[in-house]
Design a binder for this molecule. Structure first.
Ligand code: ZN
Length: 500
């Protein structure tokens, strides 16, 4: 047998003593010591020396919003990097100057990092963008601030999710408006192209995408144009369930790059928007959040998803929402072999975690959310120090044998960043070892999408989805490391400038 590609001269994650691997026809065919693996070398074999750099399985982001991540790079006015309220407004103002027609759509603002510590409001946006509809979504996707022209498109009356004075839309009302501002098909396909290129630069070779309505068509078009260089496992909105059932589509339908995997439902919102459903009120006196779905309705769609052969991915952040999700799981009689997932699982009680384990649910968590935990950070402000010390308990999840999958929720995408936060987490129950964190971002995420037979570890027979880091984390601080190369099915899809 001959190899198309051999990587040699660096540690292979998960294989003690191995320093080389060989790839043929997109799959790994050998892992071991260079002297053995190099026997597969022929005249046309591409040989890549690692010079001590480690090779890891390609990262699998277990929860992201890929089209959105692309639009952030191509279409949205990027507000995540705004360091102040004033700077966020200035970015919107200057976008309106450059593009004086149509919607101005901002994305990613996070007031918790601003000195002003206040939400964007209608009057602010009217001043910045007076002549075009303008809306700006908070980093968590659960709150949209609108100017008057954008608010005029919102068909809902004032109420639970609509505050016209402040120009704030939450949850469903926010997403409805954001859909109106969604750009055309070509812009969306460009966004997927950009997201895929960006993902490769971060070492991401697979994503579980919590997709919006209509994204499936966009992905298919991107794949046809050969612009999709990331494996996408789709979780479609649960409203699409009956249509999928009618077609007879079930889990695993698709191609090696694009698979329909399950559906997604929301039980609550986010802590940042104060819509996560808590057992006790927010510390800063804004109620205790909202439940977004009736327990019976969730149980019904959960049962239907299971019967149709889909995974259910249930968004539940607050302890009250997690309790609802677990009650619905019981009512639906979920089958533990279906690997249904709880997304985020931020504030579970110890009893709730026991139940997650007993029901065989997967914990899909985001270590990058730790950016908001710790003294003086947003979670502590919203929840108080006691609950902040209990949030995102990755260690407790692993201790119970609950399958743990790491993702980013696109805030921002970046496994190295997320893993770094899990290593240095402010509270002990959040902290993981390096290999635990890497496994959650590779093997764990692959398992959460039923893809562990093909992805998630480096072993003969598996897809050659690989990442080479710039240095060895055993010798160098994690935060100094970068992604040097990314391979998808043995093809190099990213090479860092200056790396070789
Ligand atoms: Zn999400």
């Amino acid at each position: 047998m001959s190899a198309d590609l051999i990587l040699q001269g660096g540690p292979v994650f998960g294989s003690e003593g191995a320093d080389a691997l060989a790839v043929r026809c997109g799959r790994i065919v050998a892992v071991g010591q260079a002297a053995d693996v190099l026997r597969l070398k022929r005249a046309n074999t591409v040989l890549i020396p690692l010079h001590g750099r480690p090779v890891l399985p390609g990262f699998f982001d277990a929860h992201t919003h890929f089209v959105r991540a692309g639009l952030e790079r191509t279409f949205y006015v990027e507000l995540r990097a705004a360091r102040s309220f004033a700077e966020a407004l200035e970015r919107l103002r200057s976008a309106a100057r450059d593009r004086p027609e149509g919607w101005i759509v901002g994305r990613g603002w996070d007031e918790s990092f601003w000195p002003e510590k206040r939400y964007l409001e209608r009057a602010d946006l009217d001043r910045a963008v007076p002549h075009q509809p303008c809306c700006a979504m908070r980093v968590d996707g659960h709150l949209v601030a609108c100017n008057t022209l954008a608010l005029a498109r919102c068909p809902r009356p004032d109420g639970e999710f609509v505050d016209r004075d402040l120009g704030h839309l939450r949850e469903e009302a926010a997403w409805e408006l954001f859909r109106l501002a969604r750009p055309g098909r070509d812009t969306l396909v460009e966004a997927v192209t950009a997201a895929s290129r960006h993902a490769a630069s971060l070492g991401i070779t697979s994503v579980a995408d919590m997709a919006a309505r209509g994204d499936l068509a966009v992905y298919q078009m991107a794949a046809r144009r050969e612009a999709l260089r990331t494996r996408v496992f789709l979780y479609l909105p649960s409203e699409d369930l009956s249509a999928l059932k009618e077609l007879g589509v079930s889990r695993g339908f698709g191609s090696p790059l694009l698979t329909i995997q399950g559906v997604k439902a929301f039980v609550d919102g986010s802590i940042g928007a104060r819509t996560a459903a808590l057992g006790a009120p927010y510390r800063d006196g804004h109620g205790s959040g909202q439940l977004l779905i009736e327990r019976a309705a969730l149980a019904r769609s959960w049962r239907q998803a299971g019967e149709a052969g889909f995974q259910m991915a249930v968004h539940a952040i607050g302890d009250r929402a997690i309790g609802e999700a677990l009650a619905a799981a019981h009512a639906a009689g979920v089958n533990r072999w279906d690997r249904h997932r709880i997304e985020h699982l931020e504030l579970p009680s110890p009893d709730q975690l026991d139940e997650v384990a007993a029901l065989g649910l997967v914990a899909s968590m985001q270590p990058n959310f730790l950016q908001w935990s710790g003294p003086g950070r947003m979670y502590e402000e919203r929840l108080g120090p006691e609950r902040d010390a209990l949030i995102d308990p990755h260690q407790e999840v692993l201790a119970r044998g609950i399958p743990l999958a790491f993702g980013s929720d696109g805030m921002p995408m970046g496994p190295l960043y997320g893993i770094g936060l899990a290593l240095e987490a402010p509270h002990p129950i959040q902290r993981l070892s390096l290999s635990e964190a890497i496994r959650a971002y590779t093997e764990g995420a692959a398992h959460a999408a039923f893809a562990e037979g093909d992805l998630g570890t480096i072993a003969p027979g598996k897809q050659a989805d690989l990442v080479v880091l710039s240095g060895d984390p055993d010798r160098q601080p994690w935060v100094e490391l970068a992604v040097d190369m990314t391979f998808l099915a043995g093809e190099r899809v990213y090479l860092r400038a200056g790396a070789a």
